[in-house]
Design a protein around this ligand. Sequence first.
Ligand SMILES: Cc1cc2nc3c(=O)[nH]c(=O)nc-3n(C[C@H](O)[C@H](O)[C@H](O)COP(=O)(O)OP(=O)(O)OC[C@H]3O[C@@H](n4cnc5c(N)ncnc54)[C@H](O)[C@@H]3O)c2cc1C
Length: 489
Amino acid sequence: MKQKAVVIGAGIGGMAAAIRLAVKGYETHLFEKNSETGGKIGELRLDDCRFDTGPSLFTLPGLVDDLFVLAGEDPRQHFSYIPLESSCRYFWDDGTLLNAWTDRNRFAGEAERVTGEPRANVLGFLDECAELYDLTAGIFIFSPFYQFDNFRKPESLNVARNFRKLNAFSTMHGVISRRFRSPGLIQLFDRYATYNGSSPYRAPGTLNVIAHLEHNMGAFFPAGGMRDIIEKLEQLAIRCGVNIQKGVEVLSVTKEGNLVTGIETAGGFMPARVVVSDVDVIPFYRKLMKEEKPARRQEKQERSTSALIFYWSMNRRFGELDLHNIFFSSDYPGEFRALRRGEVTGDPTVYVFASSRVVPGDAPEGKDNWFVMINVPYDRGQDWNSIVRSARKNIIEKIGRRLGCPVEEYISAEHILDPRDIERLTASHRGALYGSSSNSRFAAFRRHPNVRRKYENLWFVGGSVHPGGGIPLCLASAKIACDMIPSAG
Ligand SMILES: Cc1cc2nc3c(=O)[nH]c(=O)nc-3n(C[C@H](O)[C@H](O)[C@H](O)COP(=O)(O)OP(=O)(O)OC[C@H]3O[C@@H](n4cnc5c(N)ncnc54)[C@H](O)[C@@H]3O)c2cc1C
């Protein structure tokens, strides 16, 4: 009889782990409490429009392809994505507009034309980010870097030799503001801190590595929208023999000494040789393991930011907008100071994503599907109804001023998601998008590992554990964990 593996939670990390375990020969059962898989990678249909409800930026697509290859399939037969010509269109209140072309030379030329920043500075900074990635990815992203053996690898020695280049003792903003004179360009590169829910004024300069992904490696978009990533992986999991149980919540994990023995659902007990959790580690310890101490230890780490999202079906097409658009705050430090206090500024940076630019069927002709998001603090019991009301007004005024039109008049249907909804739907502690924040140079060291010595056969994947949140890192977490799990005997 095949050995059993159980994966709890069908977010991208859990889905990837289930595929990897099935390929390793386990009889794999994937439990998802919601009626659909995908976790934060959700979908919404509103007024003839389709919306991706969660992630919209897609980098390192090869990590998705790897799962098809691992299962002996050609990824292009099942999942397709396109490289984007521009990773984002940036709007400032003073009328400035800048397209972040994914061709780095074209972007550097555009940056010089629009901001006056010499193109050589831009290219030099992007080279620096590439060097950071080469130096750190093998250690910090694609391996269990908290393990002692990791520090004996040649890559670690290389990191130690080049420690100064990590900029670990500066903040992202500190490094960027030394490289550039243009306030706009500084703000543009500062923004990458928000890709893992952190602040550029507090996160270590090492995180400037994030800019490398879009600017040197490219930005992509799935031909069928972000939700397609999950749907195609779910089909792959089924072809690999994974038994996916939707709408079934795992209530507890059973254990004996230093082994976990299985899981309990409303339907009863299922024994397992291997258990992998894709659940946020805090509710996982508190509710499923009934262990308060590790939950509290994790809680001590500052959570990442959350999001407030308006999904607007617009009864007009806006030619001014690209797929990804940013309307920058005129007071960026003030925006992050407010987030730190648990508040939302009156002039937030607004992100507008219109998937219909790549997936025409997502909005009927003459209409637009706007996903409008601002960064908000994780839930600390704020009065969200009042925050949503004033943010909605401020956002409508901000975009309206910049595009010169009465935005509210064009909204024909609306759905809203705030941090409380994110926690309710995905069990993410306090609605944080990326687990703990990286607002400290020690954050990477304190993130929960993919395995703990206490239990021999319990593994952790997903955005709340090493190496962190975001689709690529969750996929990396599944690889790191499953590479350590022995094949089924
Ligand atoms: C609005 C938003 C925008 C984002 N933007 C981006 C972006 O542009 N690019 C990017 O790369 N990332 C982005 N992210 C982050 C990214 O979506 C996440 O890091 C990633 O999808 C998290 O995957 P995960 O594996 O941690 O699982 P999650 O998506 O957190 O899913 C966990 C799953 O576990 C299930 N579960 C929990 N408890 C149980 C239980 N007891 N029993 C059974 N099932 C359970 C939940 O229902 C859920 O389905 C964004 C996230 C959000 C919400």
